[in-house]
Design a protein around this ligand. Structure first.
Ligand code: BGC
Length: 453
């Protein structure tokens, strides 16, 4: 995961070639200044056309069109087909109107319950009791390696049985998180696939495997958060060469993911949209909305893409009357301000503007030295419980996306995935590898929970 200081500055795309790749930026005020063009776009790779979006952003979109309207031709690999021609294996091809969380119970993933039980076994007294209660709070499961995908089938089978037994259908909450060259602007969550080594094909296979599992349980609803940080990195971090190099692949992979999941008819997707301190800076809102919208339209406007997920694995308050001092300078100092600022831009661009907001570790504020600090921030507490009572019609639910107690990144400076954010003075140390259990941090979250557990 990455939410660095780079996020605090306005977008700084850097392209040095006269020709931009498909999905690359080919024009826009700052861009043209950077590449030394006085007017007009640079050229685009064969098969794509420089398409004006706004004064700050033109993009090479597939096809030969000259207008803002994008093609509905799938832009991914040969196995991809537009959602409109697919046949549903089970669920409806028309999403239910309204909030997809309603009318369902959320499945409690046994993997997280087991992590929590093991943690609690080392605790005593009220801390132990409080710790055990965390296992009853719905938390997303991250499919961060292809090897974990078969476990989804087990969860779905279990959820299906529970739904039948209770008469109330179930939701299984998943995070799709296995892009090649993952976490391109940071080190802590670098993944198993690399673009240089067949990464896109490996990713398509990973998505195909997820789809194969979900297809067997059309009675279970899946809520999916798609690829934390990936699109936000494409908005603000193209000055990082790994991100610039990953741009085309990320777009093709995310497109493939939402198209394939959309065919199933029971998967509601939210694209990850960073957080208030990242894409919520005023200069980033419009480029972000443009990227989400162009990707969505190029994918054929998949009807089960419900909107965006914000604050995933971050610490921001949903709504506060006393902004954390680190947010100064940004009028969008909490997630609600960010969402209220982004939604109109999305709506006018034609992107479905519904949101879910991670509040799992947002219980305590004013604990960071910089807004861009994201790694195991000391003093954090579990936050508002998952609920659809958000008080805001744009927000479908508060969720717990980051499983509290799983680490953000190692503090071991000699580890391959060491990221300096995990060695900052506001980062809890010593910390193990990202995704592995961090007992001391879990206990902190438990003790500082707000509301209390
Ligand atoms: C890690 C993943 C992990 C996820 C949830 C990420 O930072 O890279 O491996 O599954 O957090 O804990």
């Amino acid at each position: 995961m990455f939410v660095s200081l780079v996020a605090l500055v306005a977008i700084l795309p850097v392209f040095v070639n006269a020709q931009s790749p498909v999905y690359g930026q080919c024009g826009g005020k700052r861009f043209q200044a950077l590449v030394g063009c006085s007017a007009g776009p640079t050229t685009c790779a064969a098969g794509s056309t420089c398409t004006y979006s706004n004064p700050y952003y033109s993009q090479c979109l597939p096809g030969g069109g000259t207008t803002k309207t994008t093609t509905t031709t799938p832009v991914t690999g040969p196995t991809s087909t537009p959602h409109t021609t697919s046949t549903a294996p089970g669920g409806s091809q028309t999403p239910d109107a309204g909030n997809p969380f309603l009318g369902h119970n959320i499945y409690l993933t046994p993997f997280y319950a087991a992590e929590v039980a093991a943690a609690a076994a080392n605790l005593t007294g009220t801390t132990q009791t409080k710790a055990l209660s965390v296992a009853k709070i719905p938390t997303f499961t991250w499919f961060d390696t292809v090897a974990k995908v078969p476990s989804l089938g087990t969860y779905l089978a279990d959820a299906s049985a529970q739904g039948k037994a209770s008469g109330t259908p179930m939701i299984v909450e998943i995070i799709v998180y296995d892009l090649p060259d993952r976490d391109c602007a940071a080190a802590a969550s670098n993944g198993e696939f690399s673009i240089a080594n067949n990464g896109q094909a490996n990713y398509f296979n990973y998505i195909d495997q997820l789809v194969a599992q979900i297809k067997q349980y059309p009675d279970v609803r899946v809520i999916a958060i798609i690829e934390p940080d990936s699109l936000a990195n494409l908005v603000t971090n193209l000055n990082v060469s790994k991100c610039a190099n990953a741009q085309t692949t990320y777009l093709a992979c995310v497109t493939y993911a939402i198209q394939q999941l959309n065919k199933l008819g029971n998967v509601y997707s939210y694209l990850d949209a960073g957080h208030a301190g990242w894409l919520g800076w005023p200069a980033n809102l419009s480029p972000a909305a443009q990227l989400f919208t162009s990707l969505y339209k190029n994918a054929g406007s998949p009807s089960f893409v419900r909107g965006l997920a914000t604050n995933v694995a971050n610490y921001n308050s949903f709504s506060t009357n006393s902004p954390d001092p680190i947010t100064q300078g940004n009028a969008n100092y909490d997630e609600l301000h960010y969402i209220n600022a982004l939604a109109p831009v999305l709506q006018s661009a034609g992107f479905p503007s519904h949101f879910i907001v991670d509040q799992g570790r947002s219980g305590v504020q004013n604990i960071r030295q910089q807004w861009g600090d994201w790694c195991n921030v000391k003093g954090a507490g579990f936050g508002t419980r998952p609920t659809t009572n958000t008080g805001v019609s744009l927000v479908d639910a508060f969720v717990w996306a980051k499983p509290g107690g799983e680490c953000d990144g190692t503090s071991n400076t000699s580890a391959a995935r060491y990221d300096y954010h995990c060695g900052l003075s506001d980062a809890d140390q010593p910390a193990p590898e990202a995704g592995t259990w961090f007992q001391e941090y879990f206990v902190t979250l438990v003790n500082n929970a707000n509301p209390p557990l």
